[in-house]
Ligand binder design. Structure first.
Ligand SMILES: [Zn+2]
Length: 246
């Protein structure tokens, strides 16, 4: 079967060295989801690939696709949307790395434009001056769950339908329950009224107290992710961030 030249845009998920001078690169592409390419000679000083394997910036790629191959041949790469300030902003970059690790651990070799758009939107927000990365991260996880058909109903108890003031998270299906339906015992994951309000409007507040609340809330959201995705129970980037920021 003939090789087909594919044009796409992509984010870098991860990379590793291959042979003397080449690089194997996992891309999350808009049209095909995860695509693994080999960049021949990428580690040679004058390679036309060098300098482009950056996280967060959107890449325009061309590669030769051949069915049944474990990886395809990268032929061209350019920046589509450059987001360099994000690389310099320490905290935003750490939050950005969590998003990339989540995508890396869940992305399949099939299109997921919902996740692609969510990544573009989140990296753009993280790259803005005055960005609140904690809130952007919270927003990302909510949309990530929705994209998998696992969105949280923030307004009504999943059992009785009553309006939620605060909520316990069911460990069976990660649905939100009113404390009465959850039963008397303490829930491992409990969302306070203030936290539920942040979830309803993650970009609503900007002060320091708000930021602290969102950090706590993000811990709860990571627990909820862990209920749904075994692969997301341990995120290396979160452990790294814990060591650096706390
Ligand atoms: Zn209820």
């Amino acid at each position: 079967m003939a090789m087909e030249l594919v044009h796409d845009t992509a984010y870098l998920l991860r990379q590793k060295e291959s042979g003397e001078t080449s690089q194997i690169v996992h891309l999350f592409t808009k049209k095909s989801g995860r695509v693994i390419v080999i960049a021949k000679g990428a580690r040679q000083p004058k390679s036309h690939f060098s300098g482009y394997f950056q996280p967060f910036s959107e890449l325009a790629v061309q590669y030769y696709y051949k069915e049944g191959r474990p990886y395809h041949f990268l032929s061209k790469i350019e920046f589509q949307t450059l987001r360099l300030p994000l690389l310099q902003a320490h905290k935003s970059a750490l939050y950005g790395m969590i998003l990339l690790e989540m995508a890396d651990k869940t992305a399949e070799a099939s299109p997921d434009e919902g996740l692609y758009e969510l990544m573009s939107d989140s990296f753009t927000r993280l790259n803005e001056i005055g960005a609140v990365p904690e809130a952007i991260h919270c927003h990302f996880i909510l949309r990530f769950l929705e994209n998998h058909g696992l969105g949280l109903n923030l307004d009504a108890c999943a059992a009785c339908g009553e309006a939620l003031y605060d909520a316990a998270v069911s460990e069976r299906d990660a649905h939100l329950l009113c404390p009465r339906c959850y039963g008397g015992h303490a829930a491992r994951i409990f969302l306070s009224a203030a936290e539920l309000n942040i979830l309803r409007d993650p970009f609503g507040g900007k002060n320091a107290i708000f930021q602290r609340e969102v950090i706590n809330l993000n811990h709860h959201l990571w627990q909820i992710l862990g209920l749904h995705f075994d692969r997301l129970q341990r995120l290396n980037t979160i452990e790294t961030m814990g060591k650096i920021l706390e």
